[in-house]
Every structure is written in structure tokens, then in C-alpha cells.
Design a protein around this ligand. Sequence first.
Ligand code: ATP
Ligand code: MG
Length: 632
Amino acid sequence: MANHSFTAPSTGAIQLWSGTIIPTTRDAPTDAESPSHILLSRSGYVRKLGAGIYDYLPLATRVLRKISQIVRQEMDAAGSSELLLPALLPIELYAGTKRDLDYGDLLFKVTDRKQGIYALGPTHEEPITELAKAAITSYKQLPVSLYQIQTKFRDEARPRSGILRGREFIMKDAYSFHLDIDGPGGLNETYDKMFAAYTSIFNRCGLDFTAVEAEAGPIGGSASHEFMVNADSGEDTILKCPASNYAANVEKCEIGPRPAPSKGYFAGDPSGALDEVHTPNCPGIEEVAKLTKVKPQNMLKSVLFAVRSSPEDLAKSGQEYILAVVRGDHDVNEGKVRQAASVKSIELADPAKAAALGFAIGFISPRAAVGKKGVLLLVDRDAALGYDDAANKPRFWMTGADKKDYHAKHFNWQRDLGTDPLAATPHNPTTHPAGNLKATNNNLIVADVRNALAGDPSPRATGSTLITGRGIEVGHIFKLGTKYSDAMGMSILDDKQTKRSVIMGCYGIGVSRTMAASVEQNHDPDGIIWPTPIAPYHVIITTLSPSHMTVARDLATQLSTLGVDVLIDDRDERPGVKFKDADLIGIPIRLTIGDKALAEHAVEFKPRKSKDKPVNVPLTQVVARTIETLST
Ligand code: ATP
Ligand code: MG
């Protein structure tokens, strides 16, 4: 279980509300939709300065400092040492890795007075490799792990949800260097240490999170995990197996063995004659379904990908395009497409180029791939059915009609594909657990190429099915391998004087995103509810008259000595306003000093989380009660 306990390393802060700026407002900015954006804006933590650019006001700065402190302690404990690299990076750094091109518009570029071009660092693999190349000259210096906490810049296409996806944000990024993958000092050892450090970090921040298997993405590498804060508002879909500890991002999630279709793939008589229907003004499957009254699960969705490969690779594989076909209610999984087709990189095909090849994007049927050289037809196993075992009758399919604004009903794989190379191959779940079947001519593959869904069989526990949840990615650890060291020429002589590419790992945490993710997870209609370890202050003392300030200061001093951070709301405002603001900014405990309670030598005590009315606690006991509550 998470350790949310309060620890008191040093004297706590005492701050008067009147002495700082906490500009709370009733209304959220008009563009604010997500709870964290609304609440962090309304409660005076952040303020928008431009698209995806935010001021961090004093309260936010304290939260960021506390998160950073936890990150530092755990990274240091994991043997990583802190440094600070520039954010302004000469574009020449990217000469070897070409990431200035891969990043595309995401990379902010600036020009100096001498027309030199610089990038604002979106992440720091290049500068750290450049530094390590110079500083690490002997294998005896390895392994090394370095980290920094720094502002990063990415010109996100859609900056949204305030600081959850900013164009300028704070990241902890770490990089490790190794001679080997396995064994003592190897990449895997450090990766496991980082996994443990991340687990401690998010536990200590008081967050409910899931570590999931993830795609390595454009940064490359062979293995990665994401740390997701569990929140219904999260952008990412995660799947979990309740019977094992398997959890994965939907981009990566495997599906366990499924029963084979009784008649094999593609087998089954036509459900009727092919019937073209006019479907104008239907930008998506939903609209087509509405117009034609055909359910999406009875449609085939065909997505054309262009293979991105070097001319040499292309000459070898001969594969230029992949037509991936899934059921209309399913989503194509790009990682699975790449894997099934054995290609490294793909992108959605350019509509003009596709049209020249005879593919009407948006209206493609599997037939369009037939007889086309260089086009692989990759069919998801749920889409490759000709017979409906459950209903015990031929499967009805509607596809695009290979021309704009037309669809075709009663598509039949055998009749309309003109060839059924797989029909004779009965599915064998033991030899092909994922259902991968390959036609002999290599132009047709049946495989699992769709996103996993709730209810799909678990890939790790027989009989168990996957469940879904939503998450916010706050951390990501990657095994990079030699991508950067090779591109930038970082090699080292080992003990046998053999030249070896240095093996790298990289490990990121969105520090500012973690603050917002905590709010997404911990709030109620009245405002933020901070987990104690990252709350800007632990206690807010609300005074109802200037005459209460002596008692307030005395209490604050006692608490501060014990390491408690105290905010005193000394403003000349109505009690209702002060209580509302206290709830809004989310400080874990409110102590209210009022005449009535004071007459009984008591103060009102109210934990932010509690729905109960405040209780009177004697002045002599309130410090102990506060510490006790903060510690649980
Ligand atoms: P995303 O998929 O959300 O765009 P990413 O996978 O591109 O993020 P990484 O390159 O893995 O991000 O960066 C490491 C961490 O930095 C992420 O796990 C995330 O917490 C944080 N991060 C990335 N982009 C942003 C952003 N635009 N605003 C705030 N935090 C971000
Ligand atoms: Mg990531």
C-alpha cells in the first residue's frame, strides 16, 4: 500500500495569505475543460500566459518543489547524479540522430543574431550523449546514471488541459550508460532500479497509479514501461489482467489465445449479392452506420499505411504499403501492424499517392489490395471471418466500395477477394497463439492487429479477461539500446580492447504533469484535495478576526517546529469566502479560530477530505491531533 505518511525533515514554513498572491476566482478560463485545468486556475495556482504556456504561482511552485524533492531523493538513492544541461541546443547536435527531422513541428527552433539555429530541448538524449562521449573514456567508468530537472519545450499540436499538456513543462529526465545489457552494471539492472525508484516516487507522492507495458514510440528502443496515474479523465487507455500483474497501454496490450473459427478463416458462403449503397456526407463509421442501418461490428474498416524504410530495405522486402483491415467497431493498432508485417516504421498513406494506386481513402475495401505488387493485406482475425459461429450462419460484412461516397453490402472474403489462400489452413491456437497465419505468397496475413478491449482474454492468465481503465502518463522508462551512441559515435574499448557501442536507457517524469494528474485524481466539487506529501501547505489556519492573530501565530509556530507548513488566512474577508477558498486550494487540514471556540479554549478542526462538520479540539491538543491526522 502507498506510504502517504507525513514526515517532518525540517522546520515548516509559515506564510500569511495577505503576504503572497493566491488569486482565487469563481470562474474558470473559458478554454478550461479538465478538472485540473479548471481547479488549478480557479484556485490561483497557475495562470495562462499563452497557448500551452503557464505561470506557476507561489502555491504551485511549492507543490512542484515537493514533487521535485521526492524525485531527487529517490533518484539519488538509485545511484543517479544530478546535473543541469542547457535548454538551448545548437541544431548541429542533431546531425547524427536526425531527430530534428523526426520531431518535425514538435521542435521549437530559434535563430540567433548570427543566423545560427538552435532547438529548445524537448528531451536531452543528444546533449547528454555528447557530454558522456567526452567524459566517459574508459569502460571502468560504466555504468553511469545522470539526471536533471528542467523546463522542456515541445510545440504540441494541441496543447490542452492546462499544464497536463503544455508547450513548456517541467520534466525530470535521466539517462544511463552501460557496456552490457545483462549482468552486474548492465542496462537491465539499472532499468529495474529505475522501475523501483519510480514506484517509490509515485507512492511517496500519495498517488494511485499503475505501471504498464508500453510501446517504445519514436524515441526507439526495445522495452518500456509507463507510469499512469489512474484517473477517469486520463488520455490513455490501459488494460489490466485481474488474475496476473499484467497491465499494458492499449498501444501495446496483447490479447490472449482465442477460440479458432470452426470453419477456419475466410470460409463461409456469401450472405447475398454484392450491393452498392450511396453514402454521401458520412465522414466516419458512425455516420455510415446511421445512414445504412448496418452496425459497425458488421463493417470492415480498411486503413492504408505506407511503409517508411530506406531504399535498401525496400528493395529487400518489396513492401511499400500495408492495408490493415479490422472490424468497424475496432481500432487498428499500429504497433501490432508493424510487428505482424515485420517492418520498423509506418505512417498513414498520403491520400493523393493512395488515389494514384487505386485506393479511395475512406472507402477502401480489401479487394483494392488484390493483385497489387508491394501491398500487404493484413487482416485482423476478427475481421477474417466468413461464418458467424454464434449465430450459425454466414457472416454479413459491409465494406467501402473503392470509390468516393459508396459502400458495398454482402462482402464475402472468398468470392470477392478472388483468392482464398488461407481457407485451407485450419487455425491452430497452439502453434499460432495470436492467430498469425501467413499465406504462402506473403501478400496476406491474418493476425491480431487491433487494440485490445475489455473482455478480451488475458495474455497472461488462462480464463481471465482484461479490464480497462484510464490513466495519465506521468513517467516513462525506456531501454534505448545503442540508437544514440551509434548515431553519435559513442563507443568504448572493453577490457579485451574491443570497441563496443555504449548501451543506453532513458527515464522521464513529467513533474508539472504530476501536479495536474494529482488534481485529476484527487478533487471534489468544492476544489482540490492534495495528498499530504505534495500539498503546498499542510495546514491552513483561518482567522475570523484580527484579534485571533496571536493565537494563530502561536499555533503556527508550534506546528512549524514539528515540520508542518502553515498558511494563515489573515485576510479581512467574510468567513464564507475564507472557507470556500480553503476548500478550493485543497490544504489537508483547516484550523479555524473563532470567538465561540476560543471561549472554550478550542479551535475548529477540519480535514479537507472529511465530509463531516468541523469539530472543536482543545488548544492544548490540536497540535498532536494535527500531526496524527497528517501521518495517517
Ligand atoms: P505524451 O504521450 O503524453 O505526449 P510523451 O510520451 O511524448 O508524452 P515522453 O517523451 O515520454 O512524453 O516524456 C516524459 C514525460 O514527460 C511523460 O511521461 C510526461 O509525463 C511528460 N510530458 C511529455 N509531454 C508533456 C507535455 N506536453 N506537457 C507536460 N508534460 C509532458
Ligand atoms: Mg512517453
